[in-house]
Design a protein around this ligand. Structure first.
Ligand code: ADP
Length: 486
């Protein structure tokens, strides 16, 4: 089956990765990685903790001086080879992502291309870390700004994009001359380890990239307490992000956070109905609703509400739920039982407060953690489902009257990651895009993330930006040098 195919692929690694070596946990303990579609154990991996993490930090710290002193061109070539190897192993990596994360194979293939694109982009960007020369305010001085790598980076990543979330952080970090300790999610360590294997094959030096997995809070605390770790980059829940930000205070680390969203998808009366349905469907149901930029509230203007609700429900009905390895599947399982229970509790809360189920609304007959693609109408702003991040395949429809009202509704949240608007009016596109307190806005598009554009949130959705030329800034320190008495 799939697991034996992977065993022969040369990328199936089941040990931690420190200083270029594959290691078990020092106390021999392990944890199981399971396929969410079947419950089958795919592998056992080491359950690492403080000691292994300390060694990974030391390894990264020791390697910092040699890696950062390579020319940008040499680092660029390593990253480019890593990119090439990821693309060469695209099918095996996609299979691994589907096995441990559950998303449909076509989406997993898309993730490999998307993740790899960050490595390619930052391989190129490595060569463009320009400083400045500043006209001096005093005649016999010369003023320079140097950009230097910040140092050892700790990267803590989630399970929803097991490859791409690592690539978005490790790509720019290595490009800038930093070294990295990654702690991948306990649900998806195998994709991360496969990426590490390919990094090793690409000639990225031992110690420049390390991976530890296991006891999240022990690993996290060790990374936070270390004075050698100068930067923390995290993608995951807002609650854990806040804890890590607080924990970074004692050593004053630079922090980048990509946290939860509560994306509004706004459909105006003047929208093209087909474009709006397609865009909302993609923004809501990609990865079964398990992305931080997934539409969380679909706000529809009164004049188009009935038409949109009917067309949208029809489109949702066509989604195919099942094991992501099977042909034609568009919706995989949710990551775990807790995720399903959260979705169930939100739907229950909404219906008890007057929302109507147009479609779905229950666990899927396939069992496990499969949930029926669901559309709710008449959702109100006091319902949990419109206030909290759903992270599942439930689309709540909420009516609105005016542009003014919907801007207020859209911004009435502590989150501020992605927002989407559907309208054929150019002036409204500008007005509303500028008024939305969000880091990304899609106009007549439901999928907008790309390696060439900055990704990140406002308010409690996070700090910093990933991707694009701005994605380098988070890993660089500015140094002002003044030459005097010339
Ligand atoms: P989600 O599972 O919803 O993506 P989490 O924030 O729970 O969000 O997980 C994201 C990452 O944070 C995972 O790698 C997880 O292991 C890690 N994590 C969770 N709790 C802690 C913690 N106390 N310290 C460090 N990392 C943590």
């Amino acid at each position: 089956g799939a697991v034996s195919q992977l065993s022969n692929s040369g990328i199936f690694r089941t040990q931690g990765f420190i200083a270029g070596k594959w290691l078990d946990s020092y106390d021999g303990t392990t944890f199981e990685v399971r396929n969410p579609a079947t419950g089958d154990v795919i592998a056992k991996v080491p359950s690492m903790g403080r000691k292994e993490t300390s060694d990974a930090i030391s390894s990264a710290y020791t390697t910092l001086s040699s890696w950062s002193k390579l020319t940008a061109n040499e680092r660029s070539k390593c990253l480019r080879r890593w990119y090439d190897l990821i693309i060469t192993h695209k099918e095996d990596l996609a299979l691994l992502i589907t096995l441990e994360q559950g998303k449909p194979l076509t989406e997993a293939q898309g993730e490999v291309s998307y993740g790899a694109s960050f490595i390619e982009f930052f391989a190129e960007e490595a060569k463009r870390v320009y400083g400045d020369i500043i006209p001096p305010p005093i005649a016999d001085r010369r003023l320079f700004v140097l950009k230097q790598p910040i140092g050892v980076v700790a990267a803590i990543t989630p399970w929803n994009f097991p490859l791409a979330m690592i690539a978005r952080k490790v790509g720019p970090a290595l490009a800038c001359g930093c070294t990295v300790v990654v702690k991948p999610s306990e649900f998806t360590p195998l994709t991360a380890l496969a990426a590490a294997e390919l990094a090793l094959q690409a000639g990225i030096p031992p110690g420049a990239l390390n991976m530890v997995m296991g006891k999240a809070s022990d690993i996290g605390d060790t990374l936070l307490e270390s004075t050698q770790v100068r930067k923390l980059t995290f993608t995951g829940s807002t609650a854990v992000g806040k804890k890590l930000m607080a924990g970074s205070a004692s050593t004053v680390k630079k922090v980048s956070l990509e946290l939860g969203g509560n994306a509004p998808c706004i459909v105006f009366d003047d929208a093209n109905l087909d474009v709006a349905v397609k865009g909302c469907l993609a923004a809501k149901f990609r990865n079964s609703g398990q992305t931080c930029v997934c539409a969380n509230r679909i706000l529809v203007q009164e004049g188009i509400y009935e038409k949109f609700a009917n067309a949208f429900a029809k489109a949702v009905q066509n989604l195919q739920v099942g094991n992501g390895l099977a042909e034609g599947i568009t919706q995989g399982p949710l990551i775990n039982e807790a995720a399903v229970q959260k979705v169930e509790s939100f739907v229950k809360d909404a219906t008890s407060k007057g929302a109507n189920v147009i479609l779905g609304g229950r666990r899927h007959s396939l069992g496990m953690t499969f949930y029926e693609p669901t559309v709710l109408s008449n959702v109100k702003s006091d319902m949990l489902i419109s206030r909290e991040e759903i992270f599942g395949p439930v689309a709540p429809l909420m009516p609105f009257k005016s542009e003014e009202e919907v801007i207020q509704m859209a911004n009435d949240t502590n989150a501020g990651l992605a927002a989407y608007i559907f309208t054929n009016s150019i002036s409204r596109s500008w007005r509303v895009s500028e008024a939305l307190e969000y880091g990304l806005v899609g106009v007549n598009e439901g999928i907008i993330s790309t390696e060439v554009a900055p990704f990140g949130g406002c308010k409690q959705s996070g700090l910093g930006r990933e991707g694009s030329k701005y994605g380098m800034d988070d890993y660089l320190e500015l140094k002002y040098v003044c030459m005097g008495n010339l």
